[in-house]
Design a protein around this ligand. Structure first.
Ligand SMILES: NC(=O)c1ccc[n+]([C@@H]2O[C@H](COP(=O)([O-])OP(=O)(O)OC[C@H]3O[C@@H](n4cnc5c(N)ncnc54)[C@H](OP(=O)(O)O)[C@@H]3O)[C@@H](O)[C@H]2O)c1
Length: 349
């Protein structure tokens, strides 16, 4: 079994990663790490349903006390403001799979999204050389970017894209728990601004859908604009997306492209790969966060209300429901790890 450490283990995403790892056929949790104030907590105290399991009495240590070379693989779900230097220090000896934003914009670092750009993984060799690492840092995208890019990928490949406009209705879980959003702020309300979010959603997709060249990643050439709102939903981000394609097409052809994408991605035989990365619903009253956030064990993005005013057209609108803590965070990170272990690190499983 591969010895894994979870950094930021006590947080919302850290706990999601732990849930993915407890029954994982390849990974075994050997270290739980968080801030100084969580030192000494045992897993069963903050995840009571796991108290009687194999890891129930595993104790949390601080980032300062953790010796990264003792783990084969590290999952980082730290607060992003602290993650940059800690992930770099750990990557000196050990591969780091990250959910944080610290390294996403680094030109020598791929931003890995399952089913979309695992062909960018060779850039990790450049990163290792550039920063003198025996491990590496492999970040995944922002939770909203995950659902947006997954829904765009089959369309971009088949018909090209000129323009994307997105408005997101983002759930409370996306803000984490330290300190999170207060009840008084969000109940009976919508917050019109999420600090830093729109910049991420504009920048990350063109990197992920870009092309890996000898000079690094050449960004995809289309424009994105984004408005990100916080809404009083617990989990599951709903995205309202309008696109302009390069080639005229129809809703039927877009659905066929999505079907093909589902059946031809490179996730075969990975433990947490969903049957479908994208699910298209014909129900006009879907997707809804409560109904669709756990589709495919929270690893499937649900697309609905795909429409055009006339067809064929270059203008389409649709909704996409992203499980932000599943494929958008913990689940997506563990799937990236499985792929890297099998196809890049080529460890014996
Ligand atoms: N929530 C989402 O949907 C989502 C989606 C995609 C990406 N992300 C990213 O994933 C990361 C974790 O998010 P989250 O929602 O799980 O946040 P969270 O609930 O606020 O948890 C933050 C974690 O970081 C730890 N931490 C904070 N300051 C630290 C320090 N100085 N030293 C060591 N550990 C420290 C906390 O430990 P203590 O308990 O000891 O304070 C906690 O375990 C963030 O970078 C976030 O941007 C989140």
């Amino acid at each position: 079994m591969i010895k894994t450490a979870v950094i930021g283990a006590t947080g919302l995403v850290g706990q999601k990663i732990i849930r993915e790892l407890v029954d994982h056929p390849w990974f075994k949790i050997t270290n739980l790490v968080a801030s100084e104030k969580s030192k000494g907590l045992v897993l069963g105290e903050f995840m009571p349903d796991l108290a009687s399991g194999e890891n129930g009495s595993l104790e949390v240590i601080s980032t300062e006390d953790f010796a990264p070379h003792k783990a084969d693989l590290i999952f980082s779900a730290l607060d992003s403001s602290r993650a940059g230097e800690i992930e770099l220090a750990y990557a000196r000896t050990t591969p780091v799979i990250s959910t944080t934003s610290a390294w996403r914009r680094d030109p020598f670092t791929p931003l890995l999204l399952c089913g979309v750009n695992y062909n960018h993984i060779p850039l990790l060799r450049v990163q290792q050389k550039k920063y003198n690492l025996r491990g590496f840092i492999a970040p995944k995208p922002n939770c909203t970017s995950c659902g947006l890019v997954l829904s765009l990928k089959p369309i971009y490949e088949k018909f090209g894209l000129k323009k994307v406009e997105m408005t997101s209705l983002q759930a409370l879980s996306g803000a984490g728990t330290r300190p999170g959003i207060s009840g008084l702020e969000i109940i009976d309300n919508i917050l019109p601004y999420i600090p830093g979010e729109e910049e991420k959603v504009v920048k990350e997709p063109i990197k992920i859908l870009g092309e890996l060249t000898k000079e690094g990643i050449q960004e995809a050439a289309f424009n994105i604009s984004a408005t990100c709102l916080r809404v009083p939903v617990i989990d599951g981000h709903l995205l309202s997306i309008a696109i302009e394609t390069k080639e005229p097409t129809t809703t039927k052809e877009i659905k066929e492209a999505i079907k093909k994408f589902n059946s031809t991605n490179d996730l075969k035989n990975l433990p947490e790969a969903p049957e479908e990365l994208l699910f298209v619903t014909e129900d006009l009253n879907r997707p809804q966060p409560r109904q669709d956030r756990n589709r495919g064990r929270a690893m499937t993005v649900t697309i609905g209300r795909l429409r055009a005013q006339r067809e064929p057209s270059v203008h389409f609108k649709y909704l996409a429901l992203t499980p932000n803590t599943g494929i958008g965070a913990g689940g997506g990170a563990v799937l990236n790890a499985s792929y890297l272990v099998k196809h890049f690190l080529k460890w014996n499983l």
